[in-house]
Design a protein around this ligand. Structure first.
Ligand code: AGP
Length: 612
């Protein structure tokens, strides 16, 4: 979703701002803009890509050492030049960029119109800057006071940055519900929606908390006040991010790089959490709250999209190993139901970005009812990580491709560790089984490496299905979420309609769709239900559907039936998703490339969905 970059310091601001916007392109956007302060406050913006903005700026005076820039993902008002950010206030004294949604913008707008304010755009953002100007002028307050007062009036989410024509040495920024990070350099400050535009300049950052305002002035230390004027001590943390993690490093796309990183990222997810004898799993979030886990009557997993699929894998794991009943909920549904939540419930919120608005809201709801919240996030310091009582990071490193790949396998790895650790403590898993599973988990990076060897075969298969209009993905048990995930990957990046189903459900409807045009991807590795899945394959064959099967190495039965067979190494049933997902990620990737789709930034999608 929208991206924010800001700079104040001794250097020219615009190259830093434009580079920063490029680093944020992965978030998804439809227009871009920049504001710089020199002899006056200048704003330039345009629909389209950051490269369009660069072209537009070629003959403009954008010199200046203080500025801000924005990529917009449209919510209120279509993507066009006028609705793009920054937005000026009526007198053009102030300019604002904003990420989030001001929910009560219509009421405020109506009042401002009564006071003679005229609006250029259809955005909620313009309403906010007009309100700040109105308060400032009508009450004679300082800009900071006006911002505080305006933010006390608005309902919704925001990360904002404000520049004022009359104060050439200050940036004011604030957040609530949308992330904002301040980088602290040598006599300079950077601001961004995430750390990726900052890491090149400094590793010292301050993550703003909800309702905090940062006042960044040249020659001064960072000051933080709340919207109710309480002074806060800035907590400086060190970024662990490297610049190389934000580059493609020779791959054609970030998505492909991230698929191939999985042997390492899975290892990083369990690294330091398993002792040498394979008999102890140490996860601080569990150890520190062990009573909660021992007494848990139920686990509710809440998430969206791919993270929700990881949650489904987690459901099987927790029920198998820890014998705790699990419910997996879409955050967007959970937050608007009237769910029955007990104090003995554990709510596990899974999110790569740690910023998904629905998951944050689900957490707040569960918290208000006394549940214990455990966050599984990839982005360190993210809102969900901070809103949780405890949690585990997935340590997959920055995921830039909009289609989640390595974050999914890292989430599944963390869930496996958790289920094993809790099962061991609760005594629901015997020692030999525990040892066997823990040892097997540590063979997975090597087996993922082998699975990635299917790359060329998948590329060839992809050519045959480039122009298919529909796909069906089938799997059972642990492989059902894998089927859902495979279908989601294909939809997202190739725009081909795809559905995932539990294989046995096919007879209850989707079988009607099968004809010679319909590719059916079947994950047929299950031990317990192998014969049943083979029967499903027969049913597809009988209707001339074309089968792409994922099987265990050495399988001969399915090989004899399927049109294409991809063999993955044998592993424990609960760990199969970590392998079976890989060829499905590759299949989606190559089909999208064949169709000339924008793999890393698919249309209409955003990397972190910070609005409802
Ligand atoms: C995955 O490929 C998607 N881009 C999307 O479904 C994503 O998983 C979902 O928006 C949840 O995001 P989160 O993990 O950052 O909360």
């Amino acid at each position: 979703m929208c991206g924010i970059v800001g700079y104040i310091g001794p250097r020219e601001a615009h190259p830093i701002l434009i580079k920063g916007l490029k680093r944020l392109e992965y978030r998804g956007y439809d227009s871009a803009g920049i504001a710089v302060l020199n002899s006056t406050l200048k704003v330039y913006k345009t629909k389209g890509k950051v490269s369009d903005l660069e072209a537009f700026l070629v003959d403009k005076d954008i010199s200046g050492t203080i500025g801000m820039a924005h990529t917009r993902w449209a919510t209120h008002g279509e993507p066009n030049n006028v609705n793009a950010h920054p937005h000026f206030s009526q007198s053009e004294e102030l300019a604002l960029i904003h990420n989030g949604i001001i929910e009560n913008y219509a009421v405020i707008k109506e009042e401002l119109i009564q006071h003679g304010y005229v609006f250029q755009s259809n955005t909620d953002t313009e309403v906010l800057i007009q309100l700040i100007e109105y308060i400032k002028k009508s009450s004679g307050s300082t800009l900071l006071e006006a911002v505080q007062s305006a933010l006390c009036q608005v309902v919704g989410a925001y990360a904002i940055v404000i520049l004022s024509k009359t104060d050439r040495s200050t940036i004011i920024a604030a957040r609530k519900g949308s992330p904002l990070v301040v980088g602290i350099g040598q006599d300079e400050f950077l601001l961004a929606s995430d750390a990726s535009p900052i890491v090149e300049y400094t590793k010292d950052v301050v993550y703003l908390d909800d309702e905090e305002i940062a006042i960044l002035q040249r020659g001064e230390k960072i000051k933080i006040k709340t919207i109710r004027d309480v002074e806060k001590h800035p907590e400086v943390t060190k970024l662990e991010l490297n610049l190389s993690q934000l580059e493609k490093e020779g791959y054609d796309h970030f998505m492909l790089k991230e698929i191939f990183e999985q042997p390492k990222t899975i290892r990083d997810s369990y690294r330091g959490r398993i002792n040498e004898g394979n008999d102890v799993i140490s996860m601080a979030g569990i150890i520190d709250h062990i009573d909660r886990f021992m007494n848990a009557r139920r686990i509710i997993i809440t998430a969206a999209g791919t993270s929700w699929h990881a949650g489904l894998v987690g459901e099987y794991m927790f029920e198998d190993l820890a014998r705790i009943p699990v419910e997996v909920e879409y955050s967007s549904e959970f937050r608007y139901r009237n769910p029955i939540i007990h104090e003995t419930d554990i709510v596990i919120a899974i999110s790569q970005s740690g910023e998904t608005a629905d998951t944050l809201a689900a957490i707040e709801l569960a918290k208000s009812k006394g549940a214990f919240i455990y966050g599984i996030c990839n982005v360190v310091g993210s809102s969900i990580a901070r809103a949780s009582h405890a949690g585990s990071y997935t340590h997959a490193g920055p995921e830039i491709g909009v289609a989640s790949t390595k974050a999914f396998t890292a989430q599944v790895t963390v869930l496996a560790l958790m289920a094993l650790a809790i099962g061991r403590k609760r005594g629901t898993i015997d020692t030999p089984t525990f040892h066997r599973l823990v040892a097997e988990l540590q063979t997975i990076p090597e087996k993922v490496e082998q699975t990635l060897g299917l790359d060329k075969d998948v590329k060839e298969i992809s050519k045959i299905f480039t122009y298919s209009r529909n796909f069906l993905y089938l799997g059972r048990g642990y492989n059902f979420p894998v089927a859902l995930e495979g279908a989601l990957k294909l939809k997202e990046i190739s725009y081909i309609h795809a559905e995932g189903y539990p294989a046995a459900e096919m007879k209850h409807g989707p079988i009607a769709l099968i004809d010679r045009e319909m590719p059916v991807v079947v994950i047929a590795t299950n031990k317990g239900t192998y014969d049943k899945v083979v029967s499903n394959i027969q049913e597809v064959k009988a209707r001339q559907g074309r089968i792409i099967a994922i099987v265990t190495k050495g399988d001969s039965t399915v090989k004899g039936l399927a049109d294409f067979c991809l063999e993955i190494p044998e592993t424990e049933e609960m760990l199969v998703p970590l392998l079976a997902t890989i060829p499905l990620q590759l299949l989606a990737y190559y089909i999208a490339v064949n169709r000339d789709c924008n793999v890393d930034q698919p249309r209409n999608l955003a990397k972190s969905v910070t609005v409802e």
